[in-house]
Design a protein around this ligand. Structure first.
Ligand code: NAD
Length: 354
């Protein structure tokens, strides 16, 4: 079967690592019809927006996308392409595995974590009031009138909504994920003791939905304590279920435990659409030099192959990446090597047949 996939190479190191991932997918013998769609800084200059509608339409049509990183333009008034994609396509679940591969230097060889992050609500929803604006002045007045809260006049304000509806679906998603992949337990991270009416909803809803899944062990932990355990004994943790902002921070922490951003794969999933993208950004400091680590993007492509029910090819790609890491002779500079992006991709391709 031929799969149709929207390929958004992105900008910065995006096109370099996207090329590498495409080469590996094709070498794994999966027939893909790639619909290449540009987004990001070059498109912003040409078309006046970093995320033209045609990109969204293309993903709606193919339902599956492989996406490289896209720079978030600072000070142009455009919201992040990545956040916009997640919201427009209702990609409510961020899935970020952090697994240790033998051969990669780490203090924690037993780590095998998956962070499942709610992707649409929380402080990331974009409900913001600028310091000094007339809207902020009205909001301040309303807060005094409603409940006597006095926000300083020189404060900017970001609102943190967390709903029962938004939480239910991410909890179901996480528990189904744990069931499907035979995970041992799910830890819900929160700060419900401080943010009673936002994190409180997240925690209460998670525990309520968990009752429908008696076969999956669900634990709860305050996110600061979770951070401590991640630094101390991360191998005792398994699936981490988190609201949006904590999920963003904790998944980077988890990536750091197992070899850094150059290895961190990710997916944004909803009921209808799936956009696979590595955790790392466009890395402007090394863009165009041919030294970006393509392994995060290649492992991201392997996650996509699982999603497309190409489990055999996905497993071959993962084994080939593990082989390159174990061998240790062909690595990019971020992992202590001297290899180029293309050399690492070629080593993975060679590993597919051995
Ligand atoms: P970054 O991930 O781009 O870079 C952080 C550091 O990690 C840099 O030193 C970089 O060289 C290194 N790095 C990242 N990926 C690497 C790779 N594959 N190989 C080798 N080294 C790698 O984070 P940043 O600098 O904070 O962000 C740069 C831009 O990317 C910003 O505009 C940001 O908004 C955007 N961004 C996009 C996404 C996305 O598209 N999903 C995610 C994060 C950041």
């Amino acid at each position: 079967m031929r799969h149709r996939v929207t390929l958004v190479p992105g900008d910065g190191i995006g096109p370099e690592v996207a090329d590498a991932a495409r080469t590996v997918v094709e070498a794994a013998g999966v027939a893909v019809e790639w619909d290449v769609q540009e987004a990001g800084s070059a498109v912003l200059e040409r078309e006046g927006t970093p995320l033209p509608d045609r990109v969204l339409e293309a993903v709606r049509e193919s339902r599956t996308a492989l996406k490289g990183p896209v720079t978030t333009p600072v000070g142009t008034g455009f919201r992040s392409v990545n956040v916009a994609l997640r919201q427009e396509l209702d990609l409510f679940a961020g899935v970020r595995p952090a697994r240790h591969f033998p051969g990669v230097a780490t203090r924690h060889p037993g780590v095998d974590l998956v962070t499942i992050r709610e992707n649409t609500e929380d402080l990331y929803q974009g409900i913001e009031f600028e310091r000094g604006s007339p809207e902020t002045a009205r909001l301040r007045e309303a807060l005094i009138e409603l409940a006597g809260y006095r926000v300083p006049e020189d404060a900017g304000i970001t609102v943190k909504p967390i709903s029962v509806t938004g939480t239910r679906r991410i909890v179901r998603f996480a528990l189904e994920h744990a069931r499907r992949y035979g995970r041992k337990h799910v830890t819900v991270g929160h700060k419900a003791n401080i943010m009673k009416f936002s994190d409180g909803v997240f925690l209460a809803t998670a525990l309520e939905v968990a009752r429908e899944y008696p076969d999956v062990e669900v634990r709860e932990m305050q996110v600061d304590e979770l951070a401590m355990w991640l630094a101390w004994e991360p191998e005792t943790l398994d699936v981490l279920l988190l609201p949006n902002l904590y999920g963003d921070i904790i998944s980077d922490l988890a990536a750091g435990l197992v070899g850094g951003l150059g290895l961190a794969a990710g997916a944004n999933l909803g009921w209808e659409y799936a956009v696979f993208e590595p955790v790392h950004g466009s890395a402007p400091d090394i863009a165009g030099k041919g030294v970006a680590n393509p392994l995060a993007m290649i492992l991201t492509a392997a996650m996509m192959l699982h999603h497309l029910a190409e489990d055999g090819a996905a497993a071959r790609v993962e084994r080939a990446v593990a082989g390159v890491l174990q061998d240790g002779r062909t690595l990019t500079p971020d992992m202590g090597g001297t290899g180029s992006t293309d050399a690492v991709a070629e080593a993975v391709v060679r590993g597919l047949t051995t």
